[in-house]
Design a protein around this ligand. Sequence first.
Ligand SMILES: [Zn+2]
Length: 466
Amino acid sequence: MEYLTRTLKYAAARYEFNFHPMCKEVRLANLMFADDVLIFSRGDASSMMLLLRAFSTFSNASGLQMSATKSNAYFQGVPEHIKQDILKVSGFVEGKLPFNYLGMPIQTTRLKKADCECLIEKICSKIHNYGARKFSYAGRLVLVQAVLTNLHSYWASMFVIPKGIICKIEAVCRNFLWDNSAEYRRVPLVAWDKLSCSKEEGGLGLKNQEIMNKAMVGRLVHWIMEDKNSIWVQWVKKNYLKGKAWMEYKPTANSSWVWRRICKVKEEMIPGYNDGTWTAQSEYSPAMGYEWLRERKPAVPWHKWVWNKHVTPKHQFMGWLYAHGAMRTKDKLIKIGLDVEDSCFMCAQTAESIDHLMCDCVYNRRIIQEINQKLQLSFPVTDLLGWCTLKTGTKLQKGIQFALLWGTVYSIWQQRNKSRMEGVLQRPERVAKSVIDEVKARLNGRDFRMLTKTDFDWLKFTQLCV
Ligand SMILES: [Zn+2]
């Protein structure tokens, strides 16, 4: 391929060769990636003959043949008789825009919803494959993050994606997170806007796709700003900027839609520049651009309690749901008009609500009493979140207490669902034992060589680590 590039360069250097009018200033005749080649020239016979001769020289030297019937020629403003001559001599097939290059649509018009349908199909098929297996909320969250990150790394780094497509992508991810399916089947437990807040702000740290898209395109804005040594930047400077300062530049009405969108993102980013330097930090990165562009919310006090490293991910997610009051208990179903009998599945004495399940129910109290007795601790029995505000204990001790707390919340909810579906309820002693065993199992994988004497004595005292 290097030899082909050299041969084409040699052909383009001949005085009979005419560059494409938009590529003349940067003397660009070809773009190549792996075995995909794009050639640009003015639509005339002499330029075409030189290019065909270059391909013939390459074939003679390498033994590789260009497949003319698999190659397309795209014309704009070329007289019909010249076009027919070129097609006849080259054997190329006349192509119509848009076409795909490296998986991206190449077109002169605005990117429409229909052009991005393949993106949705790709995401849906991925989600469909994931949906065939049973994942916990925490597992599905990791997969949603992976799907959205992949999206950033390609399409969103080059185009401002239509808002309708972003909404659709978010809807597919949202349905999968809440219901293990690409299709909408029931109301989400927490609104998507909240999910896209950072964990400190009470969200799940998922990225708002519209803002992330701008932050990715912002990298192109920054490249022009720092005059990066790339063909694209040089091409833009010669064809659009034409010596004008980037920060003051306004696109003309006949500029391409991609370019106009990039300029629009630039307008939003201007306040982030100070005398040509990105103010947030010296080097621009999409992650940093995202933080700069997004609207910040106040931090919630409970984020450190939930997202503690000692807590198992599936328990963290349940803790996060609990903190949002987002468990679908009977009182909520009745509120939206469903005709359900209101009594608690565990004690059958009181109406079911989150507060009752997690604080007042005798079943829950017995689990906590059991944990207190087994570990010689004194957690408040009727105030679950009171555990979190306990002032005593080291960092490690608090972390383990959070692990016990969210493990208990997870188990209570699991038992409640089991009772609803199968009519079976495990004894509180057994539930307490499994919560403790899970915390012990997580502790067993830790390296305790750097443990302080206080923590060592506490773990021995509670018998969590022998
Ligand atoms: Zn109850």
